[in-house]
Ligand binder design. Structure first.
Ligand code: FSO
Ligand code: SF4
Length: 540
């Protein structure tokens, strides 16, 4: 195996035996093969699309299978094997229906077109086997950005929102990563296009979430516990939460969110459930201790799942694209619904959760609610009460160096406001940072899925101040990344022309020195250093 897709890649190079995340070598190899099968599907489906023969089932399959290879999503060998099997079936059925004359002659077909279940094991399928380090770096960046895109498009798709341009881009991008005629310049263009499409997919997901569940409202979320037994739901899938709340209504079982599900507490559609009890715990990497103490069943709807402790292994379930060997999986039924009764039955015999903390935290500042107080914010900037916004969005992770983000938040001058989204917030959302004339000093736009809100807020500010260049705003970026959705968000910011981003806690292992130089020369990206030094740079 070789995997370098996330921030925790071993020694900032890559995991080679087993993943730091717990992914086994054989699963990593299978995931490489699965992506190769997706390339094969894409090759044929691009032609099918030209002839108007594309099927929705293909779009959905590509999104789901690609998402399954994202960090901390699917560790289950059998699940990846069945994605591969299904992938070949889909590929063959597309191939079979292509009109005569659509394909080049057999000898001119690229390797991705000729892969079969029989020869795939002998083929060198990993992106990492690309010899030239800059081409490899760009192919990896494109692949990982598209994984993030697939994840966001999957979330939108589940709610019935889709954009053909995204599917087309993913197919083109996947095929491009194997096209030796494309040089560094072509690939750089594709990476930037990935960022542009990233903005579109984030906008689409925002529309899907808010049209389905309403606009999040500023909400004080309970972080303590009640006395009923509970079910804990983690990940990013709001539709799973909706169904779980519906099915637990009136049963005497409470539902708590964990990790990235926290922002769900601010949606009007979910707030109406009396048994929606609040948020339990912190970011994904603390799940072992927290799940142990929760006492009730746990549902993992998307990343981030980690290898379990025996103490709670008998009460954790996966669903959707998530998988882990040995854990029960809740499948979607034909009609698209899910039956969570196994969790509900188990919850009835569980003890209530052990209290971890008490009080509330404020969330729900997605664009609509943040912009409803835009006048107040603009006025605070004009009168100097707010000197600067610090975008500290992104992911949290298990490495000790991430304490930097807590220290950075604490050290920020009192007239600055943090704009956040993603699980990075857990490094400072429970600090008492106060407010500026009623505006909280941590404006939490939601999940990493809600990063579009940060763009909308920045654009509104630029408009209010009559600025053409987004970089002239009093906004600085100190972004923490971990997995591939963050790669896409970063590319999306670059595509919007955002410069001077500080990135940490380490730069991606897949960025070669030359590619880094391009990023520095064009966008002035810099790695984070110390709180003191970065503060000087970011407040300048
Ligand atoms: Fe966190 Fe994990 Fe949302 Fe990421 S839960 S780290 S950006 O996968 O997904 O923010
Ligand atoms: Fe290593 Fe990250 Fe890949 Fe897991 S996802 S194997 S931690 S690089």
């Amino acid at each position: 195996m070789f995997c370098n897709q996330c921030q925790e890649a071993l020694n900032v190079k890559g995991c080679t035996k087993n993943g730091v995340c717990g992914k086994k070598g054989e699963v990593a190899d299978l995931q490489d093969r699965l992506i190769y099968v997706l390339k094969s599907i894409s090759f044929y489906n691009m032609k099918a699309r030209e002839s108007g023969l594309n099927e929705e089932a293909t779009d959905r399959f590509v999104l789901d299978a690609f998402f399954a290879t994202l960090t901390n999503t699917n560790f289950d060998r059998q699940a990846i094997e069945s994605y591969i099997k299904r992938g070949f079936e889909i590929r063959d059925s597309i191939k079979a229906k292509l009109p005569a004359g659509t394909l080049p002659p057999e000898e001119a077909l690229p390797a991705i077109a000729k892969v079969t279940p029989e020869n795939i094991e002998e083929m060198d399928v990993a992106v990492h086997s690309t010899q030239n380090e800059d081409i490899r770096s760009l192919r990896e960046m494109l692949t990982f950005g598209m994984k993030g895109m697939a994840a966001y498009a999957h979330h939108a798709y589940i709610l019935g929102y889709k954009d053909e341009e995204i599917f087309k881009f993913i197919e083109k991008g996947l095929v491009s990563t194997t096209d030796d005629s494309l040089g560094a310049e072509d690939l750089t263009g594709l990476v930037l296009e990935c960022g542009q499409k990233g903005v579109s997919v984030l906008a689409l997901l925002d529309k899907a979430n808010t049209e389905t569940y309403g606009n999040p409202e500023p909400t004080a979320v309970n972080i303590g516990v009640r006395s009923n037994p509970g079910i804990l739901i983690s990940g990013h899938d709001l539709k799973d939460l909706e169904q779980l709340l519906e099915q637990t209504k009136g049963t005497g079982i409470d539902v708590y969110t964990h990790g990235e599900m926290l922002p769900a507490n601010s949606y009007p559609a979910f707030k109406k459930y009396d048994n929606f009890a609040g948020n339990y715990g912190n970011a994904w990497w603390r799940q072992n201790e927290e799940f142990e103490k929760f006492n009730g069943p746990i549902l993992m709807t998307t990343n981030c799942i980690i290898p379990q402790r025996d103490s709670y292994k008998n009460r954790i379930y996966t669903t959707g694209v998530v998988g882990f060997e040995g854990l029960p999986h809740i499948y979607e039924k034909e009609d698209g619904t899910k039956d969570f009764s196994p969790l509900i039955e188990q919850a009835k015999t569980s003890k209530p959760p052990e209290q971890l903390e008490s009080g509330t935290i404020i969330g729900g500042f997605a664009h609509e609610s943040a912009l409803s107080v835009a006048d107040k914010i603009i006025d605070a900037v004009k009168t100097g009460k707010i000197s600067r916004f610090m975008v500290m969005a992104g992911c949290d992770g298990r490495h000790k160096e991430r304490a930097y983000y807590t220290e950075f938040a604490k050290a920020l001058p009192k007239d600055t406001v943090i704009l956040t989204a993603g699980c990075a917030k857990y490094r400072y959302n429970k600090l008492d940072l106060g407010d500026i004339g009623g505006i909280p000093r941590v404006i939490d736009a939601g999940q990493c899925n809600d990063c579009y809100s940060l763009v909308a807020i920045a654009q509104k500010l630029a408009e209010a101040f009559g600025l053409k260049d987004i970089n002239d705003l009093p906004v600085s970026y100190n972004i923490a990344w971990y997995e591939q959705k963050a790669v896409l968000v970063l590319l999306a910011l670059l595509s919007l022309g955002v410069k001077n981003i500080t990135l940490g806690p380490t730069l991606p292992a897949f960025v070669s020195p030359n590619v880094l130089k391009v990023l520095v020369d064009n966008f002035n990206i810099r790695p984070n250093t110390t709180v003191e030094a970065d503060m000087k740079v970011l407040l300048a």
